[in-house]
Write a protein that binds this ligand. Structure first.
Ligand code: ZN
Length: 1006
């Protein structure tokens, strides 16, 4: 037997040698078409650029020839994945359009533009007969996507499934330093168009592969620029990619909640517009191919279990087939938790499709490099039985081989099971429509009398952008609600003592608890016939918005509007992203989760067009008053009317039969037309009065704003810029290097906004190490895409000591510096804020969660319009303490805010110690203060003390973290008592100016 096998092998080998490059290999059922010629040159190059034969597969170690269809070489000048070749987005598009021109099997669609005006495309590839039937197929898929159109009729769905072909949507290079996908997708497109092997024909003839080769187009072109700079400057350090997209870097893949970036909206609209079944996003960070779709727990709690099974099916099949090809380092599972719905691919998960994601291995460019891995990367685990090699030469071609092979396996698997997946698509859509009757809730309700109609409309428009249908009540309606007996805020505290490594014993029983009981105010005992939940009714006025859950995209609305609970004892210790995103809380808008299905019978109309809050000038009179309700649009209005004098009332008042909050705008002189236009556009109610109300006011100036960035990282400040642009607040964009050059910043700016940097206080001063060569970030002929936001000859220098002095002088002379999180740390560290100290948490775990803040000083203009509490995004502080002395000391939490510890002695803990043999001496009362307050100064401290801050210069606490029991709103909170009650927003005077310190991030991810 042995000999026979050997001779068989020998014959095959001889045949292979004899037939040369046109050898046909068959493995695992994959085989080439023996009749199709190879592109020999191209094939030779593929093999040359692949560093080991086992870094390729029989699917991609050749390229079929075509007499009329150009290969990627036509644009690249070399094969896909060749060293030194990174095409710009436009070159990738040029190739895709060549393909479209040469073959009826490819069609290119423009799907929108980026913030900087660059085009995004999607390329559809399928047989000519399928592409001819795109419209009729879409009409069928639309019925599966919205089962209400066929009355949820399973039989009819089966008929439609049998007639339809699926759409598999692949997206490349959302993360710009992850460079391999565009060339892999160019070549994949060519293979799908040209290759006549049976399995490719099967894919081409039975489904549409839709490809967006570059998602982050602005960032891609900048990445190609700096790679070309690197090629032109051999041996030098090259500039880091400090800007990716126009606003944000890596976070562009965290935008599927807020949809603030155009790339997210364009991909979402393409996915839902095509009624696609899969959205498969390509990344590079892990050797060699990690199908992270399966990921790890906790899974997102709002998706259909049918989907989570689909992840397993496709993912493990992928690993299995590539393992059989002998390709090392292919695995799934891994430690990515699938909790947050913010990732681009998750658009599919929350819209009844299938989300998928590959992490492949890349070199951050197209150089071929010797790569040494860490033990954690190459060690074998139960889910990584054939791990990557500890050390290997790695090329971009290897990356392209892995990406294409894995994608082809997925496409093959999907097409072979297309009826199943189309049926699942229908079932997931149907189950979304049945949500009110199954797991609930029935609807989310946004009351028609919300004090912040502008923010309410903004939130609803975000849902509309998610393709969620919004209805509006035409009459008042009443529903039954669960009585709020126990507040949810107490929950995490009860389990906070559990070890993070022990499984949560509550997990199993809760599987049996219907979702409806997991509302924000749950009666946490499982439903039974003997326990009755107490109910009450609530009536909502006409004009109330209703987000019905009996609609196909109910899941995304449910996920975004619901509360999140991440158990402090969850076994997942490496939390991948934010744990909370509850949109009503973050938008400062009331959202009511209603399980009573009667809500669906309320009289209501579907809202057509964007939700807008009503605005305009009511009544007539010469003085105009606008209630300060903390709607974001008020900031826009201030700048829209930049030449109009606006005053803010320093006290609440009543006028013309209306109540106005403290901070309300009073305009004594304005063009009614201009005001009418602005108020209508922005959805702001303006009340005209005959006389100005008798209330103390101060002017609200349209401040000259600068946003200051470092050259270390622009990730988090990008979201701030985006928010200011959305609010149409004009600003000058400066760097820390500009601040170092400009001795009189106050001459130009009233406010400098310094968003979180994420690199620490000293790095802001120091910048990057000054070793090696300068690192330019500039528009040049070699790098035409750099410099659209800001430019420098050398990214290395930081703020420096001169810049620090200039910044302090700016504040001293009347400027306002706004900081958050680590930039607050910077301000505290470098003495901008006498009396404020900032500590780091020791026990606290507040990982991207939502916490409750309380207003301490409602007379501060910072707090105008907010009421007495507010929920904010929080991430680990810093924990502020305030003091009345400049050297710190004497402030902050003292022994848990309670009494001083007494010494060992007679009596009870509350008794004083009594020295014997003399009359007792009465100890004077020690000064007391709340945790967020500075301790009052003692007589001893007052005596001859130059450190005492004059009262007018003392830090003023505007908001504080709520008490422990009220602190938690959504997400993960553990050890919350460490930050509870501490100051969260401080207005710290310095000279004639102020520093406004945030412990939280007020502009997080749009
Ligand atoms: Zn990535």
């Amino acid at each position: 037997m042995k000999f026979k096998q050997f001779s068989g092998l020998l014959i095959v080998s001889l045949l292979a040698i004899a037939s040369g490059a046109s050898v046909v290999r068959a493995q695992n059922g994959w085989s080439r078409d023996p009749g199709q010629k190879l592109d020999d040159d191209y094939t030779k190059k593929i093999r040359e650029y692949t560093t080991e034969t086992f870094f390729n597969s029989p699917l991609t170690d050749y390229l079929p020839a075509s007499p009329n269809v150009p290969t990627p070489k036509a644009v690249l000048g070399d094969v896909a994945g060749a060293p030194g070749k990174l095409p710009y987005a436009e070159d990738v598009y040029k190739y895709m359009r060549l393909l479209e021109k040469a073959s009826p099997r490819a069609k290119v669609f423009s799907i929108g533009t980026t913030e900087e005006g660059r085009e995004m495309i999607a390329v559809a590839i399928a047989s000519e007969s399928l592409l001819a039937k795109l419209d009729e197929n879409k009409a069928r898929l639309a019925k599966l996507a919205d089962p209400r159109t066929i009355n949820l009729d399973d039989k009819e769905a089966d008929t439609i499934v049998a007639q339809s072909f699926p759409i598999y949507y692949i997206t490349g290079t959302i993360h710009s330093p992850e460079t391999g996908a565009p060339t892999a997708l160019m070549e994949l497109a060519y293979r799908l168009v040209v290759d006549d092997s049976p399995y490719i024909r099967n894919i081409r003839d039975h489904m549409v592969t839709l490809i967006t080769p570059v998602v982050e187009v602005d960032g891609r072109n900048r990445m190609v620029d700096i790679y070309n700079w690197h090629l032109a400057h051999p041996g030098q350090n090259w500039p880091g990619l400090v800007y990716w997209g126009h606003y944000v870097a890596h976070d562009n893949n965290r935008d599927a909640i807020g949809l603030s970036l155009k790339l997210t909206r364009n991909v979402l609209n393409t996915f839902t517009g095509w009624k696609a079944q899969v959205l498969h996003d390509l990344h590079e960070s892990v050797p060699y191919l990690y199908d992270n779709t399966i990921g790890d727990e906790p899974y997102n709690a709002w998706v259909d279990p049918i989907l989570t099974d689909e992840w397993q099916m496709i993912g493990w099949h992928n690993v299995s087939e590539m393992t059989k090809f002998g390709m090392p380092g292919v695995f799934t599972h891994g430690n990515f938790d699938t909790w947050s719905p913010g990732y681009l691919m998750f658009i599919a998960a929350t819209h009844n499709g299938i989300s998928r994601l590959y992490e492949t291995f890349g070199n951050g460019g197209a150089d071929t490099l010797e790569r040494t891995l860490s033990p954690a990367e190459y060690q074998r685990t139960w889910y990584k039985q054939n791990p990557p090699l500890p050390k290997a030469k790695w090329s971009q071609r290897n990356n392209n081989n892995y990406e294409e092979t894995a994608l082809l396996i997925s496409l093959d698997y999907f097409v072979n099971n297309r009826q199943l997946f189309l049926k699942n698509f229908y079932l997931k859509s149907k189950r979304s429509v049945l949500k009110p009757k199954n797991e609930g809730p029935a609807a989310y309700v946004l009351p028609g009398d919300d004090p912040r109609p502008g923010n309410q409309a903004e939130l609803l428009r975000t849902l509309q952008a998610q393709d969620v249908e919004i209805s509006r009540a035409t009459a008042p309606f009443t529903v039954a609600m669960k009585k709020k007996s126990t507040r949810r805020v107490s929950e995490p505290r009860a389990v906070a003592t559990g070890s993070p490594n022990t499984p949560n014993p509550a997990a199993t029983p809760s599987d049996a608890v219907p979702r409806a009981s997991m509302s924000p105010s749950p009666a946490s005992s499982p439903a039974s016939s003997t326990t009755r939940t107490e109910t009450e009714t609530r009536t909502f006025p006409a004009g109330t918005y209703i987000v019905r859950m009996d609609q196909p995209y109910s899941r995304i609305a449910d996920a975004l509007l619901d509360y999140q609970y991440w158990s402090p004892s969850d076994p997942q210790s490496s939390i991948y992203d934010d744990t909370a995103w509850t949109m009503g809380e973050l938008g400062n808008v009331e959202v009511v989760r209603v399980t009573d299905t009667k809500v669906l019978d309320a009289a209501m109309d579907r809202v057509s067009g964007d939700v807008r809050s009503p605005g305009g000038v009511n009544s007539s009179g010469g003085v105009f008053v606008i209630n300060h309700n903390a709607d974001n649009a008020l900031a826009t209005l201030r700048y829209r009317l930049k030449d109009v004098a606006i005053e803010a009332a320093e006290e609440p008042f009543e006028a013309g039969g209306h109540k106005f909050n403290r901070g309300s705008f009073i305009i004594r002189k304005a063009s009614v037309d201009e005001l009418q236009r602005a108020a209508t556009d922005l959805g702001i109610q303006v009340f005209a009065l005959a006389d100005a109300p008798a209330v103390k006011t101060h002017p609200v100036r349209a401040a000259r704003v600068a946003v200051m960035h470092t050259w270390l990282s622009t990730q988090d400040e990008g979201w701030w810029r985006l928010a200011l642009d959305q609010l149409q607040v004009p600003f000058t964009y400066i760097s820390t290097q500009d601040a170092a050059r400009e001795a009189d910043l106050k001459r130009k700016y009233d406010v400098i906004v310094f968003a979180p940097v994420g690199r620490g206080a000293t790095a802001i001063i120091n910048g990057l190490p000054m070793y090696g060569n300068p690192l330019p970030w500039k528009k040049t002929t070699l790098t035409p895409n750099l410099g659209n936001t800001d430019e420098t000859d050398d990214m290395r220098p930081g703020l420096g000591w001169t810049g620090l002095m200039n910044l302090q002088k700016f504040v001293q002379s009347g400027g306002v510096l706004i900081t958050a999180m680590d930039s607050s740390d910077f301000a505290v560290t470098f003495n901008f804020t006498p009396g404020v100290s900032a500590g780091r948490p020791q026990r606290l775990r507040a990982i991207g969660d939502i916490l409750r803040m309380k207003t301490v000083d409602s007379t501060s203009p910072i707090a105008y319009g907010y009421g007495d509490s507010l929920a904010m995004y929080a991430f680990q502080g810093p924990i502020f303490n305030v003091s009345n002395t400049a050297g710190g000391g004497g402030g902050g939490r003292r022994g848990g805010g309670a009494r001083e510890q007494r010494t060992t002695g007679r009596g009870t803990p509350d008794d004083p110690d009594t020295p014997q043999g003399r009359p007792p001496a009465e100890a004077p009362e020690m000064p007391k203060a709340e945790v967020w307050e500075a301790l009052p100064l003692t007589e001893e401290q007052r005596r001859n003390n130059g450190s005492i801050i004059p009262p007018a210069q003392r830090p003023r606490v505007v908001l504080r973290y709520a008490d422990s029991r009220d602190l938690f709103v959504s997400g993960l909170l553990d050890g919350g008592d460490e930050i509870a009650q501490h100051a969260a927003v401080i207005d710290a005077p310095l000279g004639n100016g102020h520093v406004v310190l945030f412990s939280t991030n007020p502009f997080w991810r749009g």
